[in-house]
Design a protein around this ligand. Structure first.
Ligand code: PHE
Length: 356
């Protein structure tokens, strides 16, 4: 017992004097570790007679708990004081310049989609989406492009392997199948814009096998060609930020619209310099028309009651024209220098009122 009392006061005073967390850990190991003094004494219990073992066991357990508590309490106290000392010692120099952080850029395709969506969104059109992998019916047949139609050749379609001719899967060649998907599920009035990826087997400075389009579709009882023209003229002027931009509708042909028109905007190519909105030259930028009655009927919409207009345009082409990007292939090269040059910072919220 005496021995235990001596050990107790020895350990307690060591804990008392310990100046650091390290010292405390050493004391803990020397007393309570595998070969610690209290642990060794506990190992000796086995050789005692039952009565003395019981008594000594209780005292040893009590001592063990007391020392462990004392070490814990002291550890907490010294951790606090070490932290306080560090806080007092160290200070933050708020006059130092901030570390440079590398900033991300918005890709011109994302920026252009945002602008188009913002402008047409203000006119009341909401974004709709559809799958990149389409079936033949949505991509062609329902849009009045039957299997032997020459327009199928023009699309340079990527066909997926498998399935027979009628239910082939394709990578959609335009965003127009989303017109079909929307008209099949929604009741008119319908007012949508469809930005998305499209695919055609073509590759040069102005064509890429994967590119982006935006489709517009409006269907209502009184929708007419005047709405189509107003919507597209306002869109072109807002997008290119030229209030008096000349816009021309040129008769054309698409199987899914009747009548159809291609849309040109005024530009000049004088002296090798290309500029939008000035001069007497024209540049084609999109396809449009009144939704063909056959397409409405294919979607179970009564063509004697409803009429609609639709338009479709290439996003890359719009971006190249607006931001002077000469080669379409560079859009997909993921070259950071290119992105730093042509990309956009955040917080450029486009709007029809007040410009972009
Ligand atoms: N889908 C046509 C194309 O890809 C564009 C278009 C859409 C034309 C809607 C008229 C109406 O060329």
């Amino acid at each position: 017992m005496k021995e235990l009392e001596t050990l107790r006061s020895e350990l307690m005073s060591a804990v008392e004097k310990a100046g650091s967390l390290d010292d405390l850990e050493k004391i803990r190991v020397s007393a309570l570790g595998k070969k610690g003094r209290i642990t060794e004494l506990m190992k000796g219990l086995g050789g005692m007679d039952p009565d003395s073992r019981k008594q000594a066991g209780q005292s040893l357990n009590a001592l063990k708990a007391e020392i462990a508590d004392a070490i814990e309490a002291k550890k907490r106290a010294s951790a606090d004081s070490e932290l306080e000392a560090r806080l007092a010692r160290e200070s933050v120099d708020v006059t130092l310049p901030v570390r440079p952080e590398s900033e991300g850029y918005i890709h011109p395709i994302s920026q252009t989609i945002d602008e188009v969506v913002a402008i047409l969104g203000e006119m009341g059109l909401g974004v709709a989406e559809g799958p990149d992998i389409e079936d033949d019916w949505h991509n062609f047949t329902a849009l009045n492009i039957p299997p032997d139609h020459p327009a199928r050749q023009e699309h340079d379609t990527f066909y997926l392997p498998g399935a027979g001719d009628d239910d082939r899967l394709v990578l959609r060649t335009h965003t127009s199948p989303v017109q079909i998907r929307t008209m099949m599920t929604a009741e008119p009035p319908i007012r949508i814009i469809v930005p998305g990826r499209t695919y055609r087997c073509d590759y040069d400075a102005t064509h890429s096998p994967m590119f982006h389009q935006v489709e517009g579709l409006v269907v209502d009882e009184t929708t007419h060609m005047g709405h189509l023209k107003g919507c597209i003229i306002d869109f072109c002027r807002a997008f290119f930020d030229v209030d008096d931009l000349p816009v021309r509708f040129r008769p054309s042909y698409f199987p899914f619209t009747e009548p159809s028109a291609e849309v040109d905007i005024g530009c000049t190519r004088e002296g090798g310099e290309f500029r939008i909105g000035h001069g007497d030259d024209w540049l084609e930028i999109l396809g449009s028309g009144m939704v063909n009655a056959k397409v409405l009927e294919n979607c179970n919409i009564d063509s004697t009651k409803y009429q609609g207009f639709a338009f479709g345009m290439g996003i890359e082409r719009l971006a190249m024209l607006k931001y002077g990007i000469p080669d379409l292939r560079t859009f997909y090269e993921s070259d950071l220098r290119w992105l730093r040059h042509y990309g956009f910072g955040a917080l450029q919220v486009p709007s029809m009122v007040g410009g972009l």
